[in-house]
Design a protein. Structure first.
Length: 392
């Protein structure tokens, strides 16, 4: 059966912004192959041993996703700082950058809860709740959490810049914004009823939501969570949020496509939204493949940790050796031998021990393949194998 997409339109004539058309606008022949590849990658990912590493993967995904979507909008936290912020008690946070990260996490939690309900459908209160979560306690001259824009004549809103295809003036009048958003939501329900796949629907809703740009601040973050929510509701796990990292890695193209697709529609070109949907599908394929690889890595790590504990319990390694390998694992990188020997925890292990004991402990860990020392005198966990050129 050929891959087909209906050219379903919703045309609305606003009071001040003028006519606005929602259309699928996607060339099915051009997106069929990437669509099938994403579907296949999704099936392979979900067939992987997710249950064994779900807790670790969840924590990594949330931190990576919050970092990605926040950085797109100018967030200043590094990925490590983002993870630290997410571990804080929200009630005690005063720093605005940490607050931004925690707010996005709160929006993700809203999305997961809503999308888990079979009867859930995207609606205006949900969008307002996302915006309220994302912009709560974030200072802004005009933004009010959950409240749509209604621009005074002297305070226009513009989106974009010349470097990414030009500036765009979205609707300014509050009644136009509400009408367009409601039309988008109704059009999306019609696409659901027509069984348009979510891998097509989600990026289209993301795209048109950003063109409406209904709030003073936070629209990009809200749009990406809306996209993720639609994907989650259809059974995609983890990847919907991690997609933000792909957008960050391709940020110039991501911003430019909103303008290029909008201009293509304005010039009457056929299938004007193809490039944005194809870009989304490329990102989903990359994201799913990376997640699949990460699950495999985490399973290997889990097996290694279990074997390490078994050897300790069986007294095949002593407590000092167990601590050394555990610390190398926690470092999350190759650990220079000199750095290991200076570490306070390492010095404490050998307060009453000789250098000969230190050397013997490390030698036996290497003999048992629990640690590997490369030619640059860096220690690796035994399940990681440095290139032959670097290993001893």
């Amino acid at each position: 059966m050929p891959f087909e997409l209906p050219e379903h339109l919703a045309v609305v004539d606003t009071a001040r912004f003028g006519p606005f058309t929602f259309r699928v606008g996607v060339d099915a022949a051009l997106v069929e192959t990437p669509f099938l590849r994403v579907s296949d990658a999704h099936d392979r990912f979900h067939a992987s041993p997710l249950a064994q590493v779900a807790d670790r993967l969840e924590k990594e995904v949330v931190a990576s996703s919050v970092f990605g979507t926040n950085s797109i909008e100018g967030g200043a936290l590094s990925e490590e700082e983002t993870q630290l912020a997410l571990d804080l008690d929200p009630a005690s946070v005063q720093d605005i950058e940490q607050r931004r990260a925690l707010n996005i996490k709160a929006a993700y939690d809203l999305a997961r809860e809503a999308a888990s309900r079979p009867e859930w459908r995207l609606d205006r209160p949900f969008i307002q709740a996302l915006h309220e979560a994302i912009t709560r306690d974030i200072p802004h001259e005009r933004n009010r959490p959950g409240v749509f824009r209604d621009n005074p004549k002297a305070t226009p809103t513009y989106v974009g810049d010349q470097a990414h295809g030009g500036r765009y003036k979205p609707p300014q009048f509050g009644a136009d914004i509400r009408l367009l958003l409601d039309t988008l939501l109704g059009w999306h329900r019609e696409l659901e009823d027509l069984q348009v796949p979510v891998l097509i629907r989600a990026p289209l809703v993301h795209y048109y939501y950003e063109l409406i740009h209904p709030f003073w601040d936070g629209n990009g973050r809200v749009g990406r969570v809306i996209e993720a929510s639609l994907l989650l509701h259809e059974g995609l796990r983890y990847a919907p949020f991690v997609q933000a990292r792909y957008y960050l890695s391709q940020i110039d193209r991501y911003f430019a496509l909103f303008n290029s697709c909008r201009k293509a529609a304005g010039r009457g070109r056929p299938h004007p939204n193809t490039d944005f949907v194809a870009f989304f599908l490329d990102g989903m394929l990359s994201t799913l493949n990376a997640l699949h690889d990460r699950v495999n890595d985490l399973v290997v790590l889990l097996l290694f940790e279990n074997e390490l504990k078994r050897r300790h319990d069986a007294k095949e390694i002593n407590a000092r050796q167990y601590a050394i390998v555990s610390q190398v694992l926690d470092a999350g990188r190759a650990l220079p031998l000199a750095e290991l020997r200076r570490a306070p925890w390492y010095l404490a292990l050998y307060t009453q021990r000789t250098d000969k004991t230190k050397q013997r402990d490390l030698r036996r860990l290497r003999e048992q393949k629990l640690l590997v020392l490369d030619k640059n005198n860096r220690l690796w966990p035994g399940f990681l194998r440095p290139d032959d050129d670097h290993a001893e």
